[in-house]
Design a protein around this ligand. Structure first.
Ligand SMILES: Cc1ncc(COP(=O)(O)O)c(C=O)c1O
Length: 413
């Protein structure tokens, strides 16, 4: 769409003001430079259930869910009530409250291999801290990770290039997803000096189809780590609680040594956690961990409520079923219009792409057309389902997609 049709008038006014006082106007992956200027919302105003509204009053069915956290939908009444109750007593405390202990107990009972839990606010806090725990425990230096995987904004892993020193990454080494040979090469090269391997449960790089683990991949990694005394860190920040409430390793049939959660742990309240095996408890107690807001009890109360609802309502099954309906419907709608669509990743965290679209032009136009009709489809990041998406929402989305396919077909894309 053109930016002149007034759909984003207030957004663009705000953006011009922001450009003067905020570097880049909107930074990170929500910036219009990354997400198609004139096609995707710039600033959001409010949200409810699976819907949200931008500052121009445009309404969207939300398939990003705050880039993951809103697993039960926006403004879930029970989660918000639990947070508000806690907040009446205190907002930001000098000490942890009882709810931190209760939440650690709850998580440790949910995630079978774990014996302890610690908390932070963002995913990046936890991935970076986990690396330090692995290094402290093993007294080794090297960390192996998968090329193209996202683990946050630490200098050791940010996908950005600015402001980094060569030294930031001299002990970080990449192998390829599902490529045991490239993993074994690093194992051989650095044997005896590898502290940890950090991986997401399936590979979900931006701009590319997601990749599930091939048969035997995870068991190979797990066995090698055990044999070599390497700490296996599962970065379950994006998929956590969406595939299995006990952690995504259960879904794929292996066990890590540390697991990092964040998105979906408290339905939008700022909280992250790392859980670990008992053998890592001493290292975990030595690696310094704190932050200005990290004792805040409201997010932890929200998390207790969120976990309870997810368990009671079997959110994992709901997401699988609506996600499957969405992705099957999109593949089928694409076929009707002559397109071969590829749905990748688990249905709860899906990625859609067109076959034969290396420039992503077709995908961008398609997502832009669906978005302007009222369902937010990110063109190159995986999507998220929430428990608030109903089959009716999916059906409405599929009608929008049908029209969007027709539009891009007319454009000859
Ligand atoms: C797999 C994974 N790891 C780490 C992070 C970083 O989390 P945060 O943005 O909360 O720092 C993300 C965020 O998208 C993620 O998806």
């Amino acid at each position: 769409m053109s930016s002149s049709d007034n759909r984003f008038r207030r957004s663009q006014e705000l953006f011009l003001r922001a450009a003067k006082v905020i570097p880049g106007g909107i930074y990170g992956h929500a910036g219009p430079a990354v997400a198609l200027p004139g096609a995707f919302p710039y600033y959001a105003e409010r949200a409810q259930g699976c819907r949200y509204w931008d500052v121009d009053g445009n309404e969207y069915i939300d398939y990003l869910c705050g880039y993951g956290p809103m697993i039960l939908g926006h403004q879930h009444p029970e989660v918000e009530a639990a947070a508000a109750r806690q907040q009446r007593d205190a907002l930001c405390l000098n000490h942890p409250g009882p709810v931190m202990v209760e939440l650690a107990e709850r998580l440790v009972s949910l995630v079978e291999f774990s014996a302890w839990a610690v908390f932070g606010k963002n995913g990046s806090d936890m991935t970076t801290w986990s690396l330090q725990v692995a290094r402290e425990h093993t007294k080794r230096r090297k960390i192996l990770k998968v090329a193209g995987a996202y683990h946050g904004i630490g200098a050791w892993c940010t996908p950005g290039h600015a402001g980094l020193l060569e030294e930031d990454r001299i002990h970080i080494h990449d192998f390829n997803w599902n490529d045991i040979e490239s993993f074994e090469r690093l194992l051989k090269q650095f044997r005896g000096d590898i502290a940890g391997v950090i991986m997401t449960p399936f590979h979900h790089p931006a701009f590319h189809a997601s990749q599930m683990p091939s048969p035997g991949f995870w068991s190979h990694i797990e066995t090698a780590c055990r044999r070599e005394g390497i700490v296996l860190i599962l970065d379950d920040i994006r998929a956590g609680f969406r595939l299995d409430l006990g952690g995504s390793h259960k879904f794929f049939g292996f066990e890590p040594d540390l697991i990092c959660f964040c998105k979906a742990i408290a339905n939008g309240h700022a909280l992250s956690a790392t859980l670990g095996r008992k053998e890592l408890r001493i290292a975990a107690s030595k690696v310094f961990l704190t932050g200005s807001y990290w004792n805040g009890p409201a997010a932890m109360a929200a998390s207790m409520a969120c976990l309870e609802i997810m368990e009671k309502e079997d959110t994992v099954s709901t997401l699988r079923s609506t996600g499957t309906m969405l992705m099957d419907g999109l593949v089928e709608a694409g076929r009707r219009h002559g397109y071969t669509m590829m749905a990748s990743g688990p249905p709860a965290v899906p990625f859609l792409s067109f076959a034969d679209d290396p420039s992503l032009r077709r995908q961008q136009r398609f997502c832009a057309e669906v978005t302007r009709r009222g369902a937010l489809f990110h063109p190159h990041h995986n999507w998220f389902l929430s428990a608030a998406h109903t089959p009716q929402d999916i059906a409405a989305t599929l009608r929008m997609a049908d029209e969007a396919f027709a539009v891009i077909r007319d454009e000859g894309l």
